[in-house]
Design a protein. Structure first.
Length: 162
């Protein structure tokens, strides 16, 4: 039987590998499944912290295989739910909508697909921060190589007529 992420989230609490997921108000709380009943866990609130949590095991050794059964203990992650990113996205879209090479969206400006364009300048107000020389600092583009989960979720809602 195939389950979607949305079905799993509706069935909280559940475990995903060694991670226990439960809902608390408008937040999801994640922790090592062995720590689910503990109340002395270090709390994290940024999704980026998950990378650090998964990096090393309890002994401090690097975990090259993130699905190995040696996820470290002693942490809790609280993530607030949100339906979509209201501030837009700073990534430059590289993926195509179809095999013929159609751009991802005809509603976005062409600069959104140009890696040489500074996406942060497109979203900022006039007079945004510049370097000491009065010019914008060099920017390394954030690249979008495939549709993100926010886009896919929004598309599913449209297809389902929600």
């Amino acid at each position: 039987m195939e389950h979607s992420v949305e079905q799993a989230l509706e069935a909280v609490p559940f475990c995903f590998g060694q991670i226990s997921v439960r809902k608390s108000g408008k937040s999801f709380v994640l922790c090592h499944r062995d720590d689910d009943s503990r109340d002395d866990l270090e709390t994290f609130r940024n999704a980026e912290d998950a990378i650090e949590i998964a990096r090393n095991n309890d002994a401090g050794n690097y975990r090259p295989l993130k699905t190995a059964p040696d996820l470290r203990h002693g942490w809790r992650m609280e993530l607030r739910t949100s339906n979509r990113s209201n501030g837009g996205c700073l990534r430059t879209i590289l993926w195509k909508r179809d095999q013929r090479g159609a751009i991802a969206s005809a509603k976005l400006p062409k600069q959104k697909f140009d890696p040489s364009n500074d996406q942060t300048r497109a979203l900022s107000e006039p007079g945004s921060p510049t370097s000491a020389t009065g010019t914008a600092p060099a920017t390394v583009p954030l690249l979008c190589q495939e549709p993100c989960n926010l886009l896919v979720a929004a598309c599913r809602k449209v297809v389902k007529g929600e």
